[in-house]
Design a protein around this ligand. Structure first.
Ligand code: TMP
Length: 217
């Protein structure tokens, strides 16, 4: 069997990216395609501890943007080497809920840290593991916020930003997608969940014949 793809999902909080990552995983399972679903920050025991530090640790409110950047990259380095690279080498399809584009957009476009430093840190963290395709779920800030309010839970540190921050996140994803049109596919996240799932599967099966074959079985 040819190598199965490395697929990433991106978008702001409330964009529906995690729902679509879960749906894709369920579809691959139904088609008997070996897959692994992971997330960032997190996905390994070390990465999940870093996630907790970034989001919920009681002492994290004074975290500097530079520390935040390095923690995301630390979690990513571990995930790539412990999980993603070995899985791709074993012929497993990898789905990641967020990957290095999140850093380019959140720490670069939104926090305004130096782009060149981010590019170099991203490259150092991911090595040869570049996604074959990335879906960016694009929704306006108001839709994203109303969806987040449907989830009755305490906002984590990353979710306590002013609305302008999320506007910069959205613009950042759009700019990134325009600069890498081959890899990044923008998806209107305000459509119905089923219609978005169908659009994503159609894109995948047209790009990867190995996936088109399994859905015709
Ligand atoms: P989520 O995956 O549940 O949406 O939450 C992860 C949070 O971390 C979200 O606010 C986006 C943020 N984040 C960054 O700022 N930079 C990164 O590199 C990653 C992976 C996530």
């Amino acid at each position: 069997m040819p190598r199965l793809p490395f697929i990433t999902f991106e978008g702001s909080e409330g964009s529906g990216k995690s729902t679509q990552a879960d749906r894709l995983a369920a579809h691959l399972q139904k088609c008997n395609v070996p897959y692994l679903l992971t997330r960032e920050p997190g996905g390994t025991p070390i990465g999940e501890s870093i996630r907790d530090l970034l989001q919920f640790a009681p002492h994290n409110s004074g975290m500097t943007p530079e520390t935040e950047l390095l923690l995301f990259e630390a979690s990513r380095s571990q995930l790539v080497r412990e999980i993603i690279k070995p899985a791709l080498e074993r012929g497993i399809c990898v789905i990641a809920d967020r990957f290095f584009d999140s850093t380019t957009v959140y720490q670069g476009a939104a926090r305004k840290l130096d782009r060149q430093i981010i590019e170099r840190l991203n490259a150092f963290a991911v090595g040869v593991c570049i996604p074959d395709v990335t879906f960016v779920l694009d929704v306006d800030a108001a839709t994203a916020e109303s969806r987040m309010q449907l989830e009755p839970r305490k906002a984590d540190r990353m979710e306590q930003q002013p609305v302008e921050f999320y506007e910069r996140v959205r613009d950042g994803y759009r700019e990134l997608a325009a600069s890498e049109p081959k890899r990044i596919v923008m998806v209107h996240g305000s459509g119905g969940v089923d219609a978005i799932e169908k659009q994503i599967w159609e894109t995948l099966s047209s790009r990867f014949p190995v996936l088109a074959k399994v859905s015709n079985r």
